[in-house]
Ligand binder design. Structure first.
Ligand code: MSP
Length: 641
């Protein structure tokens, strides 16, 4: 029987400069689940690549005095090197400038045109060049792009359009009949209520004002525009309507398109509609993950706050960074990048918990048994508990992995690591070692620890392949003992093996204040403990921790699943924020649009009835009255102090 297949894709990235830790998250996550599926015996296939056309690239290349092709070639080389550095084991890297991809796009465009789904008209609207987005009058905010806040230009030109609305009912039915299609669930309601139900606009699919794109072969002057060039990469890579090896039967429909929350709409509305028009099955799941945020905002080059993964890998190692981003990103919601947190993950989870477990276990095996655990072993107190945990961990981890909940999957593995460390404290092998009559009990303790480490080695292998390899080398475990099947029952660590101590897995990072930009969480806690303040008082430093910003309400609606909550869309300078607030009793949504309110901007985001709330707005209350705190004459983005 041929193995089950698993086809997963990352978005194809814009080659508009170097990628940052946010992009790295998507690709590390996709690589982790692909490795995991391969471990479980699947025929898994990971596609990543680059989205290389468009006016922005054309302009950037001209400014650099290069042809667009030479310009993107350079950047794509850098992106491939980054994925090598991050240990991404992709099966194919697709570029939208590949001749085979271009062939697919031209043929799709012609087919859709011939069958009447694409028609020619005139486009009039507002255009944001940096975002490559058209906006309608109602969407722009004070003459600026609602996404990046920069000025938009009036644009009018001949263009082809795709009749999206024709497929809206079928799409809605598909989404309703397939609850797993859009994940996490909360994103589904957003798509239905904010985009599909209000009515789908026809999509502009060609341009004539620039040339860096796939030419529309039957209408010279037009190039295919953005999404209809980008989205079909997922099938052109599999040889759809081109001369690449035909992998469509094997891998299509995709099991998961892993995408960031900003492009879920394109993947759950435009893409299924394109596929319906092509009479192809729809992907099984579109999973929209949150963003990695930096000080309350999204990382972006225009804001100048990007974090370069290569610098971090050089400083801390690739697996530390992989662990940090996977651990920090909770299921579907946003995560925070912060160097202190990364260092604290390294010192506590990696060096202290995992590194110490390995070095203590190996050191004692070498000390008491010259590296080979004897066969004569005696069971005792505490064994049953740790064995039961070790046996069930792989199943729990697998369930979380299937849900793409990497943070929880790692948390479960770390429970076994912590349990093992606790087992050392409980059994006290150093005491057993002093008593020759306890030799067989000591042998059992060392076996249980070594076997737990073997299970951990297999379980972490998809998230942290290098570390897993290093541990296996020290345990002297060959590949036969590192399979998924081999960890389904406790006791697979082979007999008679001589372990060998190696270098520490994760040397502790010494935190030198002058090197670190900010204090670590622990240091702050320690400092706070020592400072004794009269009850109810805070210091000016405490107050300064709260970042208050002026924000403008640009849209507002009642929460789809909770009548007492309002969902507010805010602009804080150029940054977009969504805040969910329990003020529906006091305000109608339309009363709030246009108000300038005060936002607590550095609150940890929370999920309120399925929608993310990223901050809190201030209100004054007395008795049954509530009034939002508003300001006059200060533009959004302003600080409140
Ligand atoms: N080219 C389009 C995708 C086309 S897919 C058919 C694109 N490219 S992108 O380079 O701008 O973004 C690629 C992915 O990176 C998106 O999924 C986006 O959400 C993700 N991220 C960009 N910044 C991010 C963070 N700060 N955090 C997490 N992911 C982020 O969109």
């Amino acid at each position: 029987m041929s193995p089950k297949t698993f086809y997963i894709t990352t978005p194809i990235y814009y080659p508009s400069g170097s990628l940052h830790i946010g992009h790295t998250y998507t690709t590390v996550a996709a690589d982790t689940i692909t490795r995991f599926k391969k471990l479980k015996g699947y025929d898994a296939y990971l596609l990543t690549g680059t989205d290389e056309h468009g006016q922005k690239i054309e302009k950037a290349a001209a400014e650099a005095g290069m042809t667009p092709q030479a310009y993107v070639d350079d950047i794509v080389t850098g992106i491939k090197t980054l994925w090598d550095t991050m240990n991404i084991n992709y099966d194919q890297f697709i570029r939208t400038t590949d001749p085979e991809h271009e062939k697919t796009i031209q043929r799709i465009f012609k087919k859709l045109h011939d069958q009447g789904d694409i028609y020619k008209s005139n486009y009039e609207g507002w255009y944001c060049t940096p975002c490559e987005s058209f906006w309608t009058e109602g969407q722009i905010v004070d003459g600026n792009c609602p996404d990046c806040g920069r000025p938009v230009e009036k644009a009018s030109e001949e263009a082809y359009f795709f009749k999206m609305s024709k497929y809206a009912d079928r799409l809605l039915k598909h989404i309703e009949d397939h609850p797993e299609f859009i994940q996490p669930e909360s994103r589904k309601n957003e798509m239905i209520n904010n985009f599909i139900r209000p009515g789908l606009q026809d999509l502009c699919v060609s341009r004539t004002s620039f040339t860096w794109g796939v030419p529309v072969d039957f209408d010279p002057g037009h190039v295919v525009y953005v999404w209809i060039d980008a989205l079909p990469n997922y099938i052109s890579a599999l040889g759809y309507l081109n001369d690449k090896p035909d992998l469509m039967d094997r891998y299509w429909p995709a099991d998961v398109h892993l995408v960031g929350k900003d492009i879920i709409r394109f993947h759950t509305i435009y893409w299924p509609i394109i596929l319906m028009a092509l009479e192809l099955p729809l992907p099984k799941k579109v999973y929209g993950h949150g963003w990695i945020l930096l000080k309350g905002g999204k990382m972006s080059k225009s804001v100048g706050n990007v974090v370069d993964p290569v610098v971090l890998v050089n400083k801390y190692g690739v697996d530390a960074l992989r662990y940090h981003v996977l651990r920090e990103m909770n299921y579907g919601s946003d995560g925070v990048y912060n160097e202190d947190l990364l260092v604290s993950h390294i010192n506590s989870d990696l060096a202290n918990d995992l590194g110490n477990l390995l070095s203590r276990t190996l050191a004692m095996t070498v000390k008491y048994f010259d590296g080979v655990i004897p066969k004569d072993r005696e069971t005792g107190e505490f064994d049953e508990d740790i064995i039961a945990l070790a046996e069930k961990t792989s199943g729990i981890v697998s369930d979380y992995m299937d849900k793409l909940d990497f943070s929880r999957a790692l948390e479960e593995i770390w429970k076994l690591i912590s349990r093992s460390n606790k087992y050392i404290d409980e059994t006290q092998p150093w005491v057993l070692g002093k008593d020759p009559s306890k030799k067989s009990r000591l042998a059992q303790v060392m076996y249980i620890l070594t076997e737990s480490l073997r299970i951990v080695t297999v379980l972490i292998s998809s998230a942290m392949p290098e570390t897993s390899k290093k541990i296996a080398e020290q345990l002297k475990c060959s590949v036969d003992y590192l399979t998924w099947d081999s960890i389904q029952a406790f006791g697979g660590y082979p007999e008679g093996i001589k372990v060998e101590r190696g270098e520490a897995l994760f040397p502790r990072i010494e935190i030198e204040k002058k090197e670190m930009k900010t204090e670590t969480k622990k240091e702050v806690e320690v400092k706070e403990k020592h400072e004794v303040l009269p009850e109810g008082l805070i210091t000016i430093d405490d107050f300064a921790k709260v970042e208050l910003r002026v924000a403008e309400v640009v849209a507002c609606e009642v929460h789809p699943d909770a009548d007492r909550l309002l969902v507010l869309q805010l602009m804080v300078g150029q940054e977009k924020r969504q805040v969910v607030s329990g003020i529906a009793k006091y305000y109608k949504p339309e009363e709030l649009v246009g108000k300038t309110v005060i936002l607590v901007a550095n609150l940890k985001p929370v999920n309120l009835r399925g929608l993310e709330s990223n901050g809190m707005i201030l209100a004054a209350t007395k008795g049954k009255k509530l009034s939002l705190v508003t300001v006059d004459g200060i533009a959004s983005g302003g600080k409140v102090s």
